[in-house]
Write a protein that binds this ligand. Sequence first.
Ligand SMILES: Nc1ncnc2c1ncn2[C@@H]1O[C@H](COP(=O)(O)OP(=O)(O)OP(=O)(O)O)[C@@H](O)[C@H]1O
Ligand SMILES: [Mg+2]
Length: 362
Amino acid sequence: MYIRSISLQNFRNIEKLNMELTDGINIFHGENAQGKTNFLESIYLCAMGRSMRPGKDIRLVSFGEKEGHIRLEAMGENGTDRIDIHLLENGKKGIAVNGLPLKKIGDLFGILYVVIFSPEDLNLVKDGPAQRRRFLDMELCQLSRVYYYDLQQYYRILKQRNHLLKELQRENNQLETLCIWDHQLVEYGKRVIAARRNFVAKLDQLSSRKEKRLTDGVDTLQVVYHANCAEENLQEKLEKNIQRDILLGATQNGPHKDDLIFLVNGLDVKQYGSQGQQRTTALALRLAEVDLIRMEKGVSPILLLDDVLSELDRKRQKCLMESIADLQVIITCTGLEDAIRSHIGRENLFRVSNGVIQREKE
Ligand SMILES: Nc1ncnc2c1ncn2[C@@H]1O[C@H](COP(=O)(O)OP(=O)(O)OP(=O)(O)O)[C@@H](O)[C@H]1O
Ligand SMILES: [Mg+2]
């Protein structure tokens, strides 16, 4: 699959853009704060319906403007798909695929597949569990709309349960209602846990292979799913901890407390790994994701590399470039390093300057 063209209007610092991309490597270079990541963000939005930057998507429309637009044309096995996103300054957005407005954002999954690797991926390893759950969820949603809906339901019920727990602190006469919520929470919770377990098992296999290649077999990587609660124990745990939940006014058990652990040579890379090992772990995970999408969906995703080449040593750069040879890749960088130079042609080099993106000849 590849992106054939993209048009932007009033998107972040990009006022207007109409461009075509080649189906191999596309390179966007420019100084800091010129709009490179913004450009990748517009593509990510078309795949996931939201930005890869955490937080609310509130300032996607250019400052001072009321609305913005993204239009992207992707070529896949079954022809062309056109994705249109209409952004409003209040953060609301409308999405249409091939001219038909989507009722739910979840219906966007499965149209355009992207994998992004950015410097923030280090946080995936280093930060708290929320970051890793986000990673799990975004990847799983892309692979399965059913997962997206199950997860949405789970969080909706969790919110209601937590609300009720706080009410129960004041008056203890609604325990029956709590049981109804618990029944539903367990039903969706089990599905979420099962999907995550299944996904992590595959991710573990694929990323350990990538790690081996990236480190010439020196380091081994294991990805372990650290479920807060197994499927079969969820109901029991909720019942057992009900008084504590009421006291705290929040649900203490369930997949909203899950985590992932990355073991490099058997040790938790978050605590014991070097910067380089943490970076390699993040890269191995992203490359594994590419393979997983290929395996599960039979399509090659588009790889977005946001200013990461300069962060990797030569060996890893080489390994990365080799493993993406048959993908459409969109690379941003501030300088044209050697790893990139050999891929520059007439068609695929663009300069980004103050929100203006222009094709450039070497
Ligand atoms: N809604 C918006 N309207 C206008 N400009 C915006 C908006 N949101 C962000 N910007 C601006 O976009 C600029 C470029 O951001 P971007 O993250 O794309 O830079 P970059 O080229 O990736 O830089 P770096 O190399 O530092 O990562 C920033 O200076 C920011 O102030
Ligand atoms: Mg950037």
